[in-house]
Design a protein around this ligand. Structure first.
Ligand SMILES: Cc1ncc(COP(=O)(O)O)c(C=O)c1O
Length: 425
């Protein structure tokens, strides 16, 4: 997962940063959304921006299907080739076999597949962190209603200042283990928390849970495209993600990694022809990730996703991109943290691209003429978009602003954002 050597090297390495800034300029020019005059983009945790080649491929591939003849054998063969190439490309990023990959539409579908794959019995327990996304909590509550299970929450928020490495990581694992009970069958948690940006020590968590026969399902919405990942080494049982955020691929494409060791023992809930072999009697499941896929989907998008991954790799390795994200988010965090009227949610530099912070209105002088004075975070985000073309997200819990810093973020972007908050007086 995270190489501590790589991370600490990155934090000292200003030369690397300067060199990379120059070739970033050329690389960024391939992204139409980053070329819009004066627009400054800090919403990668919501949705990424697409490069021109990825955008063009969507149109090209819909046209290609029509030219081959929709539902022709030729179009069918083309779709199968696209499907296989896409699973291969995803698997390669995680150093796992393509057979472990299920294609979905988004993170939430992958999390649902994981949550509903357990043969829950009344009295079983599901452990969630208190930082999970509302859609995932809702799925857990549906399972609770359906099967009479109990949901426990462990207070991850209290450890938001813990690092994913060293002694701190042990504290997080110990906290989680304290909340496991004999009836706990699964832990569902994010690899990177969407609200605090905290990175969890997932490999150690997976080991501690497996020692107690507990499955580990991961919401990876905020980690894929950010952290260097070796999923076989981490050994979580389910790793669900989307490609439209940090990977900058089209909306509507996600995937789920399932650890081969549990594959036989779990069954899909939503099913369809994609998961079946051609043998009778049905159902007989395919022995790869397709077992959890359902039916027709938008094959014309697949190449666009592969182009997005290849484009990111053409700039730098996963580790190099992660190093740049850490360098830049440290810069943003330090500058914000130095301002008296800004409270950063974490008290140490981020280990991800998510920087959450509050504007402390009580510390803004009552004489202030700033348009940010006396505004809620939601209204500040609206104001930044409409008046400054700075796109940043307001979060409900904690009530704060969240800036997403990508390897595509430039120093100029950062200066524009920070200057808004520095100008408050
Ligand atoms: C942690 C987390 N989980 C799930 C989601 C939902 O993602 P998707 O729309 O890909 O299902 C998000 C989106 O913002 C998220 O941040």
């Amino acid at each position: 997962m995270i190489s501590s050597a790589g991370l600490s090297h990155s934090l000292d390495s200003d030369n690397l940063e300067r060199d990379r800034e120059e070739d970033l300029f050329v690389h960024r020019s391939h992204f139409p959304a980053l070329g819009v005059d004066n627009r400054t983009y800090f919403n990668y945790g919501g949705q990424g921006v697409m490069c021109g080649a990825a955008l063009d491929a969507i149109n090209k591939n819909f046209r290609h299907i029509e030219s081959l003849g929709s539902f022709s054998n030729a179009a069918g063969d083309w779709m199968v080739a696209e499907y296989n190439a896409t699973k291969t490309a995803i698997a390669q990023e995680f150093q796992v076999s393509p057979t472990t990959i299920t294609l979905t539409e988004n993170t939430t579908v992958g999390c649902n597949i994981a949550l509903w794959a357990v043969d829950w019995k009344q009295g079983d327990r599901l452990l969630l962190s208190d930082c999970e996304h509302p859609g995932i909590i809702a799925a857990a509550i549906q399972i609770q209603k359906r099967f009479g299970i109990e949901i426990d929450y462990f207070p991850l928020t209290n450890t938001r200042n813990a690092s994913a490495e060293g002694k701190d990581s042990e504290t997080v694992v110990e906290l989680l283990v304290q909340h496991l009970q004999p009836q706990t069958r699964m832990v569902m948690l994010s690899h990177i928390c969407w609200n605090t940006g905290q990175v969890l020590p997932l490999k150690a968590i997976a080991k501690a849970c497996h020692d107690q026969n507990v499955l580990v399902a991961v919401d990876a919405a905020q980690s894929v495209g950010v952290l260097p990942l070796n999923l076989a080494d981490i050994a979580a049982d389910f790793y669900a993600f989307t490609t439209h955020k940090w990977w900058c691929a089209p909306l509507g494409l996600g995937a789920l990694y399932i650890r081969p060791e549990i594959f036989e023992a779990i069954e899909p809930v939503f099913v369809g022809w994609r998961g079946l072999t051609n043998k009778l009697p049905i159902p007989q499941w395919r022995q790869d990730g397709a077992k959890f896929e359902v039916a027709s989907s938008t094959y014309a998008l697949y190449e666009s996703m592969r182009i997005a991954i290849a484009h990111a790799n053409s700039w730098g390795t996963q580790l190099q991109r992660y190093q740049r994200i850490c360098q830049l988010s440290k810069k943003v965090w330090e500058r914000l943290d130095a301002l008296p009227h800004i409270d950063c949610i974490r008290q140490l530099p981020p280990e991800s691209g998510l920087i959450s912070f509050k504007v402390n209105q009580e510390l803004i002088p009552s004489s202030s003429q700033s348009a940010i004075a006396n505004k809620s975070h939601a209204l500040i985000a609206k104001h930044l978009e409409s008046e400054h073309q700075i796109l940043i997200r307001a979060l409900p819990n904690p009530d704060c602003l969240r800036a997403s810093v990508h390897y595509l973020t430039s120093i100029t972007d950062i200066e524009r954002l920070i200057s808004i908050f520095e100008a408050i007086n």
